[in-house]
Design a protein around this ligand. Structure first.
Ligand code: PMV
Length: 366
């Protein structure tokens, strides 16, 4: 009968790259020009919750993001749905009298509801958590037998960085060699307990969405930046080895030095792109100089502090936007870091510190 609905709900945190992915060698399959390494945030902050439902009474696939219906017609959604449907297996719940055979999954339609526990408009990576959660929930619903790494290669086709959110802790996205992308997938380097002294603080510099999408930015960098070629061939392979070693040994000095250097090189590649891309500010807004200055003040605060201590206490990294991700070596340092940030960017007495934008007039912390 058409009376039943089968549902699965999953929750996935976003991840922050410490060795960046920037540049695709295949845009449709989303195959990168270099390996990357990230840390997955803990699930209480910056995460996506997705419920996927299937029922014979649904007549087409539909999706809602933060309670607003969005289109599923884009190639990236379609690729993820197709890949999971291809791997669907027989399902039976005798108690409820539900039986779905492998071949039935193609004809059944889905309803998907996804919710971000952070403002989507805050310019914080949401597609990484979003596609990872969608693929994981669909795989559970359709009884697919693939492991997390195999699922990561599907999430990758939704958004590159999403493949790394299939695991917690420290994760490497191996670029792979296969033209079809079968070996371009994520593996866990260390679990969430391995280095739990670290504290991640996200300083929200601007609440606006980025101006140049990562897709078009990467395309322009691949086409025009010589520094990108050098980075992908000569720099990243060595850094990946060093970063894996730093993570294994919980060596914060190397970890911080590599993280900051890699963020700076990623933004240098953006500047080396023609026309140049400035992700540390948004040029179309009046906050241009404010945000750029805010980013540079955060970098200079961390650099001076690390130098004065003789060894790094905090690492910074910026993605395709002006928000600073700061990684403190422990809780004590994180408390000092918040104090310093609040001293440089004083809030007014009635500011809600949970949603305090420090640049275009917040600090969210993990
Ligand atoms: O997966 P995308 O297309 O959102 O690209 C993410 C690119 C960076 O966030 C800048 C770097 C990274 O490795 O996450």
């Amino acid at each position: 009968s058409g009376k039943w609905v089968l549902m699965v709900t999953a929750q996935t945190p976003t991840n922050i790259a410490v060795i960046k992915y920037w540049g695709k060698r295949d845009e449709t399959l989303i195959l990168p020009v270099n390996d990357s390494i990230s840390v997955t945030l803990d699930p209480d902050h910056l995460c996506t919750t997705t419920t996927v439902a299937v029922s014979p009474s649904f007549d087409h696939d539909r999706m809602w993001l933060n309670a607003k219906e969005i289109s599923l017609s884009g190639g990236r959604f379609q690729n993820c749905l197709r890949e999971i449907r291809n791997r669907a297996c027989d399902f039976e719940d005798k108690e409820k009298g539900i039986k779905i055979e492998k071949k039935d999954w193609e004809k059944l339609h889905l309803h998907i509801a996804s919710y971000n526990n952070f403002p989507t408009a805050a310019g914080l990576a949401s597609s990484a958590a979003g596609f990872a959660c969608l693929v994981f929930a669909l795989a559970k619903l359709m009884n697919a037998k693939e492991d997390q790494s195999q699922l990561s290669a599907i999430a990758r086709q939704g958004s590159g960085s999403a493949c790394r959110s299939l695991f917690g802790g420290f994760v490497k996205w191996i670029m792979g060699k296969d033209e079809k992308g079968s070996d371009s997938l994520a593996v866990q380097l260390a679990d969430e307990e391995h280095w739990n002294d670290l504290v991640i603080v996200i300083a929200v510099v601007s609440s606006r969405q980025k101006e140049t999408s990562s897709t078009s930015g990467m395309r322009e960098s691949v086409e025009t930046s010589l520094l990108l070629q050098h980075r992908a061939k000569e720099v990243v392979p060595k850094r990946i080895v060093q970063m894996e070693e730093a993570i294994k040994n919980r060596d914060f000095s190397s970890f911080a030095q590599l993280t900051c250097a890699d963020s700076n090189q990623f933004h240098a590649v953006c500047l080396d792109t023609s026309p140049p891309i400035f992700y540390m500010n948004d040029t179309s807004h009046r906050q241009f100089s404010t945000n750029m200055e805010t980013c540079f003040r955060i970098i200079s605060c961390v650099e001076k502090w690390n130098r004065s201590e003789g060894s790094p206490q905090v690492a910074y990294t910026f993605d395709a936007g002006p928000n600073a991700v700061l990684i403190a070596r422990n809780k004590k340092v994180a408390a000092q870091l918040l104090q310093r940030l609040l001293f440089i960017f004083p809030p007014s007495s009635d500011t809600d510190l949970n949603s305090y934008v420090i640049g275009d007039k917040s600090i969210l912390h993990d």
